[in-house]
Design a protein around this ligand. Structure first.
Ligand code: NAD
Length: 576
């Protein structure tokens, strides 16, 4: 029915411009962002209301979608619409500071929180999978993964700088203030939907990168889309190209067709023999699903058939290959490279494949992202409701001017301005911290008020943020105090954002890592140029990242304690 529905109604596209049909900008913004999530430029399968991430939906059904749109247009500025897993279920009188929409998606009681039970209830029409920003109406397309990957590699660069400085070597003193990857070579694998952002994220940080993929079509696609500079089937040629770029301090990405389980050990041999030097190693093959990882000895052509005819046997072979792949990664770490798992569970799969040192290297969150989270730094995104790309160009310049000392931020904004192709409404994402985000929000609101921008700006974020997620396999892996699975934090985050004046607030379960494995919350707040919006923005954009600092102070992170003390966050039981 989805396809016929979309055929009848035509593709969904959010209205643009500074005239609204809803009675408040809060309701108008929620309506436009719901519609934008289902724009064919943004959504993967708009006919099924699927935005991204498997089956992450924006609304439960087309009937529910129509009812949400209708209700938002009629909603009074002192009313609040409640949405239960993509279905509008009630409108209540609240007040002007209250959110216009409150959303709860995919939540289940603990003992029932399994995929089979979720799918049974979904089949009955009682729930939907909201992912993180699909069901909370603030997805902005592939720019999000590119920026997150960029931010990770920027953090890798800073940590290489610290190691070099710490070593006291001449090279170290030269690059004490290292903020980019110039003069380094990164080795990775997996140029798929998400992993394909890696080569561009490394070159945006100034580094050289070699990316391995078994499937030539994946590499060709990344080259066609400007995410990869070139690719080859010739390993020697690829090594020569990236080694020359490393030596010259140039940014270059080269793809090589091959199996990582074979190429990683071969490159480790050459690294040990001094034939090339690799500084950073990671991987984003689809290791989380052994049937989506190609074992040695199977060709790309045989892949589907081999996996379908004998899934158990294929799984064993894939895990054995992952063991070889991860053993080489550990070898690189032993040889001095920075090595990390990029959220694809390859360490666990390699362990199941019989390699017992798989967890010798860390996951990317504990290694690189957690220090940012401790400062309340996380994804901050905004969308121009005018539809005018010039509004984003102006806000890019405003953010760069607000934080002139942040080199990685400036580099990102410049490169994103020239490389990122907008999908749906023009949008931007960058990472900002506690006592930074509200400065950007207030500046945008002034620009709307003065007429410098041609319409209101919507400001939100991913649920993957400092204080808004509990997810023991990803964002809260290996917390210092063992509090990985404590889910009170995202709930407090959502309650506080509701109390602080956000335009819509959401509480979800299962996004990113699946049912039973995460609880997370989102907020979106509108800058419509009014003094009331300024007051709300100041509170929400201070308090929201503030919960990230609070959560990391509570878990015992020293950096979070410093930030709380220096930036004036009141933590009743903080130890001095
Ligand atoms: P994808 O399936 O689109 O791409 C995977 C790629 O790996 C394919 O191009 C495939 O050809 C290649 N591949 C498979 N086996 C290989 C082998 N043996 N050697 C070389 N290449 C091989 O997946 P994706 O969306 O790009 O995601 C990749 C992985 O990263 C997933 O496991 C995903 O869960 C994870 N991921 C993690 C994060 C995070 O936590 N930051 C974010 C996004 C994705």
């Amino acid at each position: 029915t989805g396809v016929s529905d979309i055929a009848r109604r035509g593709p969904v596209r959010a209205p643009r411009g500074s005239e609204r049909t809803a009675k408040s900008w809060g309701a108008e913004a929620a309506k436009r962002m719901l519609m934008n999530n289902l724009d064919p430029e943004v959504a993967e399968h708009p006919e099924d209301l699927v935005v991204y991430g498997g089956t992450g939906r924006a609304a439960r059904s087309w009937e529910a979608y129509d009812a949400i749109i209708r209700t938002l247009d009629e909603l009074e500025p002192d009313e609040t619409l409640l949405v239960q897993s993509g279905k509008p279920v009630g409108v209540f009188r609240t007040h002007e500071w209250a959110p216009r929409v409150l959303i709860a998606n995919s939540n289940l009681v603990g003992d029932w929180a399994t995929w089979p039970e979720f799918r049974r209830l979904e089949e009955l029409g009682l729930t939907m999978y909201g992912q993180m920003t699909a069901g909370s109406w603030i997805y902005i397309g592939t720019q999000g993964i590119l920026q997150g990957t960029y931010e990770t590699f920027a953090a890798v660069a800073r940590s290489l700088g610290e190691t070099e400085a710490g070593s006291g070597s001449e090279a170290g003193s030269r690059s004490e203030a290292r903020e980019d990857l110039a003069g380094t070579l990164t080795l990775t694998a997996g140029a798929g939907g998400m992993g394909g952002a890696q080569p561009l994220a490394v070159t945006m940080n100034g580094g050289a990168v070699l990316i391995v993929d078994v499937d030539e079509t994946r590499l060709a696609r990344r080259v066609a889309h400007g995410y990869l500079d070139e690719y080859t089937t010739d390993l020697d040629g690829a090594v020569a190209r990236v080694s020359a770029a490393r030596a010259a301090g140039e940014a270059l990405s080269v793809g090589v067709v091959g199996n990582a389980a074979e190429i990683f050990p071969e490159l480790l041999r050459r690294h040990r023999a001094g034939e090339l030097h690799i500084d950073v190693v990671t991987d984003q093959t689809s290791a989380h699903d052994p049937l989506a990882y190609l074992p040695l000895g199977v060709s790309v052509q045989e892949w589907k058939e081999a996996a379908a005819s004998d899934p158990a046997g294929f799984t064993d072979r894939a895990r054995a290959s992952m063991a070889a792949h991860v053993e080489a990664m550990v070898g690189f770490q032993d040889a001095g490279a920075a090595v990390f798992d990029y959220g694809n569970s390859i360490r666990r799969e390699a362990e199941l494949g019989g390699y017992d040192r798989a967890f010798a290297f860390p996951g990317f969150v504990p290694a690189y992202i957690r220090p940012l989270f401790a400062e309340g730094r996380g994804p901050f995104r905004w969308v121009a409701l005018s539809g005018d790309p010039e509004d984003i160009a102006k806000t890019d310049r405003a953010v760069a001017e607000l934080f002139p000392e942040d080199a990685a931020l400036r580099r990102w904004l410049e490169k994103a301005g020239s490389t990122v192709h907008f999908e749906g409404l023009p949008a931007r994402i960058c990472w900002l911290g506690y006592k930074e985000r509200h400065l950007a929000g207030l500046r945008f609101n002034e620009m709307v008020a003065s007429g410098e921008l041609s319409g209101p700006i919507v400001i939100g974020r991913d649920h993957l943020d400092a204080g808004s997620v509990a997810s023991p396999y990803r964002e809260t892996e290996a917390m210092a105090d063992g509090s990985d699975a404590i889910a009170d934090w995202p709930l407090l985050n959502a309650l506080l954002n509701t109390a602080s004046g956000a335009s819509w607030v959401s509480i979800h379960h299962g996004g990113g890592v699946g049912i039973g494995r995460s609880i997370h919350a989102g907020q979106v707040t509108v800058a419509d140029g009014t003094p009331l919006a300024a007051e709300k923005l100041e509170r929400v954009l201070t308090n929201d990242p503030g919960t990230g600092v609070m959560r990391h102070v509570d878990a015992g992170y020293e950096r979070a304690r410093e930030v709380a003390r220096d930036r004036g966050l009141n933590i009743p039981m903080r130890e001095e």
